[in-house]
Design a protein around this ligand. Structure first.
Ligand SMILES: Cc1cc2nc3c(=O)[nH]c(=O)nc-3n(C[C@H](O)[C@H](O)[C@H](O)COP(=O)(O)OP(=O)(O)OC[C@H]3O[C@@H](n4cnc5c(N)ncnc54)[C@H](O)[C@@H]3O)c2cc1C
Ligand SMILES: *[C@@H]1O[C@H](CO)[C@@H](O)[C@H](O)[C@H]1NC(C)=O
Ligand SMILES: *[C@@H]1O[C@H](CO)[C@@H](O)[C@H](O)[C@H]1NC(C)=O
Ligand SMILES: *[C@@H]1O[C@H](CO)[C@@H](O)[C@H](O)[C@H]1NC(C)=O
Length: 471
C-alpha cells in the first residue's frame, strides 16, 4: 500500500479528464498532479480548428496514458480505479489500495451504457460506448448473420448506418426515430445527396420560409428538448439496400421493447429475443444503444447533490455541492442557470469545455483567486461530420424550448443546407451542413441578438453579403 500527496487529483482518462490535465499543465506545471485512470489508454484531442470564437472542431483518438507525462512535468499516473472518496479529510483510495491525499479533485468518470437487463450474463449482448466501439463491433459482427439493435438515438442510427453485410432488425420504443442531430429537412438533404445530382438540379438554391409552432408535427414530433424526431419512413429510404440474398438488410419495428433475451442451443441463431408485442426474433447479436448514465461506481463519505438526470450537480465553475470536489464531462449535470442559447448535451465538445473550466477553477482555488465562467458556455455549439458533410449546430438549432418560431431555409442540393431558427426577429439557432462559410456570422448574430427584420429573407440570399451591413 502506498501513500501519495498531491495538490491536484483528476479521476478518469476520457476527454474531460485529459483536458483537465492538459489545462493544468499550462496553468500550474510546477505543481504536483495525480491522475487515476482505469485504462492504460486515454483520449487525445488533435487537429483543433476554430471556425469562430466558440465553434471548435477537433479529432479524438486513443493514446497511451504515458504520453501525458510529456506535457506535464509533475504528473503521476496511477493505473487503477477510484474506490472511495473521503471528502472531509480529502483522501482518495483506489481499488488496489493506493491512498492519495489531495487538495482539490476533479471527477471525470464519464458515463456507462445503460444496458437492457439480462446483459450481464450474455456475451452476445453488446453495449456501445463511443465511435471506437462501433468499429470494434464491426469486427465482431463479421461472423454474424443477423443482429438486433435496440435504441432510438443517434448512436443506434450510426450503428445501423455503419454496419454492412449483416441483416438488421432495429427495435424502437417510440413511433419515430430520433436522430439527435438531424431534422427532417436535413434528412431530405442527405437523401438527395445520395441520389447524387440525378436530375441535373445541382445548382438550384432554394430559400423557403416556414412558420412553425411547437405543435408542428413536421419539425418536432418529439417535443423533448434534445432531439428532433424523424418520421418512421425517412430512414427506410436512406437504408433501402438489399443484401446479396435479395432480402432487405434492415427491418424497423416501432413501438416495442425487448422483454427478454434467451441463449439457445442447437438452433440456427444463438439468441432468441422476445419483444413486448409477443413476437420472437432470432439473431446472433443484440446491440444495446440506449444511452449512457453517469458513472459513479465508487463510494463517498457524504453524498454530493445529484442533478435531474442523475449526474453530479455542478455550478458554473464545475464544483459539486461538496467544496473542492469538481466534476466535468458526462458524469456532471450542468446545474447552473444556463445562458439562453446554451444547453447540456453529453458530447466531446462539452466534455472538453467542462474539463478546461474545472482546471481553471481548481487552479484559482489553489492560488486563492477568483475566476469566472468561460465564454464558451454562452452558446451551444457542436461540429461533426455526417455522410461526408461538415455539420455545425449552434444555439437552439431545433427550436428547443422556444415556443413559436420561424425557420428560414436555404438548400443547394449536394452542396449545402442552412436552417436558421428565428424568434422575435432574432436568430436563436442554426443547422449548417456543408462548407457554408457563415459560421462566424451566425455566431455573432445569435450572441448579439441582432434584430434581423430589416433583412427579411435576404439574410440567406447568396448574392447579398449580410456581413457588409455590419461593417
Ligand atoms: C456510441 C457513442 C458515440 C458517440 N459519438 C460522439 C460523437 O461522434 N461526437 C461527440 O461529440 N460525442 C459523441 N459521444 C459522446 C462522447 O463520447 C462523450 O460525451 C464524451 O466522451 C464524454 O467524455 P468524458 O471524459 O466525460 O467521459 P468518458 O470518455 O466516458 O471517460 C471516462 C473515463 O473514466 C474512467 N473511469 C470510470 N470510472 C472510474 C473510476 N472509478 N476510477 C477510475 N477511472 C474511472 C473510464 O474508464 C473512462 O476512461 C458518443 C457517445 C456514445 C456512447
Ligand atoms: C468502476 O469503473 C472502472 C472503469 O470502468 C472499472 O475499471 C472499475 O472496476 C469499476 N469499479 C467497480 C467497483 O465496479
Ligand atoms: C495528442 O496527439 C498529438 C498529435 O499526435 C500530440 O502532438 C499531443 O501532444 C498529444 N496530446 C497529449 C495530451 O498526449
Ligand atoms: C457582434 O458583436 C461583436 C463584438 O461586440 C462585433 O465584433 C460584431 O461585429 C457584432 N456582429 C454583428 C453581426 O452585429
Amino acid at each position: 500500500m502506498s501513500e501519495i500527496t498531491t495538490k491536484y487529483l483528476v479521476v478518469g482518462g476520457g476527454i474531460a479528464g485529459v483536458t483537465c490535465v492538459e489545462t493544468l499543465s499550462i496553468l500550474h506545471p510546477e505543481e504536483k498532479l495525480v491522475v487515476i485512470t482505469a485504462s492504460s489508454l486515454v483520449k487525445n484531442v488533435s487537429n483543433v480548428k476554430f471556425y469562430a470564437k466558440t465553434i471548435v472542431k477537433f479529432d479524438v483518438k486513443d493514446t497511451e496514458a504515458s504520453s501525458l507525462l510529456r506535457i506535464h512535468p509533475n504528473l503521476e499516473i496511477i493505473y487503477d480505479s477510484l474506490k472511495y472518496l473521503n471528502t472531509k479529510n480529502k483522501i482518495a483510495a483506489t481499488e488496489e489500495g493506493t491512498v492519495i491525499k489531495y487538495d482539490v479533485v476533479c471527477i471525470c468518470t464519464g458515463g456507462i451504457p445503460k444496458l437492457i437487463s439480462d446483459s450481464n450474463k450474455c456475451q452476445r449482448i453488446l453495449g456501445i460506448r463511443d465511435t471506437e466501439s462501433v468499429k470494434e463491433f464491426q469486427d465482431k459482427l463479421k461472423n454474424g448473420r443477423k443482429m438486433l439493435i435496440v435504441g432510438n438515438g443517434g448512436i443506434a442510427s450510426e450503428i445501423v448506418h455503419a454496419t454492412k453485410g449483416i441483416q438488421k432488425v432495429w427495435v424502437v420504443r417510440d413511433d419515430y426515430i430520433s436522430a439527435t442531430f438531424v431534422d427532417p429537412g436535413a434528412a431530405e438533404f442527405f437523401q438527395e445527396s445520395f441520389k447524387k445530382k440525378s436530375k441535373d438540379q445541382s445548382d438550384t438554391t432554394t430559400i423557403r420560409r416556414h412558420i412553425f409552432t411547437e405543435e408542428d408535427t413536421v419539425v418536432s414530433i418529439n417535443k423533448n428538448l434534445k432531439s428532433a424526431a424523424l418520421g418512421p419512413d425517412w430512414y427506410r429510404k436512406l437504408e433501402n439496400k438489399k443484401s446479396e440474398s435479395g432480402e432487405h438488410e434492415l427491418e424497423i419495428i416501432y413501438k416495442v421493447e425487448v422483454e427478454s433475451v434467451v441463449e439457445t442451443e442447437n438452433k440456427e441463431y444463438a439468441l432468441e429475443v422476445k419483444l413486448t408485442n409477443g413476437k420472437t426474433i432470432e439473431c446472433d447479436f443484440v446491440i444495446s444503444a440506449t444511452g449512457v448514465e453517469p458513472a459513479v461506481n465508487f463510494s463517498w463519505d457524504q453524498l454530493p447533490r445529484r442533478g435531474d438526470d442523475g449526474g453530479l450537480a455542478v455550478n458554473e465553475l464545475q464544483e459539486t455541492s461538496i467544496k473542492d470536489v469538481f466534476a466535468a464531462g458526462d458524469v456532471a449535470c450542468a446545474s447552473w442557470q444556463h445562458s439562453p442559447h446554451w444547453f447540456q448535451l453529453r458530447l466531446w465538445t462539452q466534455a472538453r469545455q467542462m474539463g478546461a473550466m474545472a482546471a481553471k477553477a481548481m487552479h484559482a482555488r489553489i492560488i486563492n483567486e477568483d475566476v469566472s465562467q468561460d465564454f464558451c458556455f454562452e452558446l451551444f455549439t457542436h461540429c461533426t461530420s455526417l455522410f461526408g458533410y461538415r455539420v455545425v449546430l449552434l444555439g437552439k438549432y431545433n427550436g428547443q424550448g422556444l415556443g413559436d418560431y420561424n425557420i428560414l431555409l436555404r438548400t443547394t442540393p449536394n452542396e449545402e443546407y442552412i436552417k436558421c431558427v428565428q424568434k422575435d426577429g432574432k436568430l436563436q439557432g442554426v443547422i449548417l451542413i456543408g462548407e457554408t462559410g457563415v459560421e462566424e456570422m451566425c455566431e455573432n448574430l445569435i450572441l448579439n441578438q441582432t434584430v434581423l427584420t430589416p433583412f427579411g429573407d435576404d439574410l440567406l440570399n447568396p448574392d447579398i453579403d449580410i456581413e457588409d451591413f455590419f461593417d
